[in-house]
Design a protein around this ligand. Structure first.
Ligand SMILES: Nc1ncnc2c1ncn2[C@@H]1O[C@H](COP(=O)(O)OP(=O)(O)OP(=O)(O)O)[C@@H](O)[C@H]1O
Length: 352
């Protein structure tokens, strides 16, 4: 299969502002073209990469499918990419589904019973599986069997159906929400953390090469520093800088193009996106720096609590802008400073 035409596909919207299905599809296609295809190409996450490579090499050596793999971490850090790499390294095919897509246990039974020996089943957002599906999955993962229920009420009976050996790769932004019996079925768990600026520079250099663009080293440093520790964002910003260079510059992806494009798309010095800034601003201006509960904060910015907790908060906490206390979320002095605001006198005592 040939590579998608990335040039034709790189016309997506601003980061975090994809609005239509068409835009989403273009974004996904542009992303897919930049995905690493092997563990060697996968930048960073050294510990997870080393451990996973051992699990996969051992499985290949034994000629049997590896243990089930659980990958956790914030969005855009490479969970889907790793699932694809796992299937590729095992020279097998990948079947993809997600927790929200499986409404009933029967949906999952249908997917499982159609698997071929050794295939990898990727279940994205596995923490969102419905309880009956989750229970069916425990048995399938452990005993490679599903019980098909025939009939209803007192006359119902379960007919066991054996499954071929397969490997589940589960991805979650909220490992803590997985019930223990499901978590225990995974022989290997890897947690992906935000990338360092140096790792993101390597992601950018690789992506620029694949796009056929000549990225200046200082432009790579600038983009990496504003990518929120996330390869998906680094790649998006790279495409925006390339757009700017093509339309308003002389085609060079240099520091001037990087500054100008990042200004146009309002990516601030820390790379905070719209949601991050909305959370910080609400925390400081509506709640005097907190403490405020997650649900109240989420309602104020018009998002689900889960989105605020899994998408915005991990990076804000890591950057030292938001703290979690037993009484709720609080803005740190760095948050006020980043927004160019003066904290009320009592806010500073929260951290003293
Ligand atoms: N380690 C890496 N090296 C190079 N590129 C990477 C790496 N990790 C992710 N990417 C790039 O970032 C993009 C997003 O990665 P991916 O879709 O795997 O993230 P994810 O964790 O599955 O996100 P989500 O939870 O939102 O589904 C990929 O298209 C890939 O190009």
């Amino acid at each position: 299969m040939g590579e998608p035409d990335v040039d034709a596909l790189g016309i997506d919207l601003a980061p975090g502002r994809a609005t239509g299905a068409g835009a989403d599809e273009l974004e996904r296609a542009a992303e897919a073209a930049l995905r690493p295809r092997s563990l060697d190409e996968f930048v960073g996450q050294r510990v997870v990469r080393d451990q996973l490579s051992l699990v996969l090499d051992a499985a290949v050596g034994r000629g049997a499918p590896p243990d089930h793999v659980l990958l956790s971490g914030p969005p855009g850090l490479g969970k889907t990419t790793l699932a694809m790499i796992i299937a590729a390294e095992l020279a097998t095919s990948l079947r993809v589904t997600s927790g929200p897509a499986i409404q009933h246990a029967g949906d999952l039974a249908a997917v499982l019973s159609s698997l071929d020996e050794g295939e990898v089943l990727f279940i994205d957002e596995i923490h969102r599986l419905a309880r009956p599906a989750e229970e069916l999955l425990y048995v399938a993962m452990e005993d490679f069997r599903v019980d098909i229920i025939v009939g209803k009420g007192a006359g119902a009976s379960a007919i066991p159906l054996s499954l071929p050996r397969f490997t589940v790769v589960g991805a979650t932004t909220r490992a803590g929400l997985l019930p223990a019996p499901l978590r225990d079925r995974f022989g290997f768990t890897g947690h992906l953390d935000f990338y360092s600026a140096e790792e993101l520079e390597r992601v950018l250099v690789r992506s620029a090469r694949l796009l056929g663009a000549d990225l200046a080293p200082d432009a790579a440093v600038e983009i990496a520093g504003r990518s929120r520790g996330t390869p998906r964002i680094a790649n998006r910003l790279l495409r925006r800088v390339r757009d700017w260079a093509q339309v308003r510059g002389d085609g060079s992806l240099d520091l001037q193009a990087a500054h100008a494009a990042l200004d146009v798309y309002q990516v601030d010095a820390l790379g905070l996106d719209r949601l991050d800034r909305a959370v910080l601003t609400a925390l400081c201006t509506r709640f005097g720096g907190g403490p405020v509960g997650l649900t109240t904060l989420a309602v104020t910015v018009g998002e689900e609590p889960e989105t605020v907790e899994t998408v915005a908060e991990p990076y804000l906490v890591r950057e030292g802008l938001v703290g979690r206390t037993p009484r709720g979320r609080v803005a740190t002095p760095a948050a006020w400073q980043h927004l160019g605001l003066t904290p009320p006198a009592e806010a500073s005592t929260l951290f003293s």
